[in-house]
Design a protein around this ligand. Structure first.
Ligand SMILES: [Fe+2]
Length: 355
């Protein structure tokens, strides 16, 4: 399988994974051959890209920490819950939260069953489903970092609950501000900032969650150097879960297409996080992040410093920046493998960009 951005989709390509609609429904099964009209449908749904299957990428499987089914169910559950929050009806909200708790428990179960798992969050990114997919991605990544920090299952569950609910307060932000293309003005920024405290207050009032869940929600925009909000806390005064969630939050947000920026690729977001260790982010958390996230997930196409393009075929656990690349036949050079981590002839070759 390989990842193709929607602009590069062509009729005749074969879907590597099921294609999921906005409510979590199955729209197209894996192995569907794309027609011209299907390509247009997918492009109109504003997904950033998807995995296709072809001969060249045979043998490449994207690194998934949780099953696709669990991911889809979680995105659908958080979407339903946030929609239900906007209409009166306590029983639906209570049921919705029970559903989320069950799914978070499964997420923790799947992640803690894999030792030393690396995260790939490149898949399943649709502009319109951003908030819900983002909530699940932040939950998965936070939980993977917690697992790398050897948290107990109970602790992982609490972290994962806070992470999946971290932006729940966005329900209270007026839509024109939430979806505004372009930068927010000062007054709009102040309204937007309220989502952290509002979300925390909501889950405390409605579900009587204690501080282990409420504090990280309230503090997920605090910054290690004291430049965040709402309290301008710094360093160890910020709850550890909040320090973890803030890294996961920013990483996934940079990788997503938003009204005000295009999606960055995983390595760019990875470098951004590393560059902000000790600034915005807690250095110990960044250290854990580096061990948990793949800068070049298998299945993506990259351009190398020697002018060739190739597919990230397999990740190198010891050198995440130096994966095994499958080079396409090009410029008279036959198809071959290049192991950036172990091949002596590849020592001076670097990955320059995504192709
Ligand atoms: Fe937020």
């Amino acid at each position: 399988m390989r990842f193709v951005s929607v602009e590069d989709l062509n009729p005749g390509m074969v879907l590597g994974r099921p294609f999921i609609g906005k409510s979590g429904e199955l729209m197209l099964a894996a192995n569907t051959v794309l027609s011209e009209s299907l390509v247009k449908v997918i492009q109109n749904l504003r997904y950033s890209g998807l995995y296709i299957r072809d001969d060249f990428s045979e043998g490449v499987e994207p690194n998934d920490l949780i099953s696709l089914e669990l991911r889809i169910n979680s995105v659908a559950a958080i979407r339903r819950f946030m929609l239900d929050m906007q209409s009166p009806g306590d029983s639906r909200i209570t049921r919705g939260m029970e559903n989320i708790k069950g799914l978070v428990d499964m997420i923790v179960g799947e992640i803690s069953s894999v030792d030393g798992a690396m995260v790939n969050l490149i898949d399943l990114k649709s502009f319109d489903l951003y908030t819900f997919q983002h909530s699940v991605n932040v939950c998965v990544l936070s939980c993977a970092m917690g697992s790398a920090l050897r948290f107990s299952k109970t602790k992982l569950y609490t972290l994962a609950m806070a992470a999946i609910l971290h932006d729940i307060g966005k329900v209270f932000i007026p839509l024109p501000i939430l979806n505004k293309p372009g930068l927010l003005n000062k007054q709009e920024q102040e309204i937007m900032k309220k989502h952290a405290a509002d979300g925390s207050e909501y889950v405390q009032r409605k579900f009587h969650f204690n501080n282990t869940i409420c504090l990280p929600i309230k503090q997920h925009h605090e910054r290690f150097d004291g430049s965040g909000y709402p309290m301008q806390l710094s360093e160890g005064d910020i709850d550890l879960f909040a320090r973890i969630i803030s890294v996961a939050d920013v990483y996934d947000a940079i990788m997503s297409k938003r009204p005000y920026h295009d999606a960055a690729m995983p390595s760019e977001a990875y470098e951004y996080v590393m560059g902000n260790a000790g600034g915005h982010f807690c250095p110990e958390v960044v250290e854990t992040f580096v061990k948990t996230v793949l800068p070049f997930p298998s299945g993506i196409t990259v351009r190398l410093s020697n002018g060739l393009t190739g597919l990230v075929y397999k990740n190198n656990v010891n050198f995440p920046m130096r994966p095994l690349i499958k080079i396409r036949e090009q410029l008279g050079i036959p198809e071959h493998f290049l192991d950036l981590g172990n091949d002596p002839s590849a020592l001076d070759i670097t990955i320059q960009s995504f192709a």
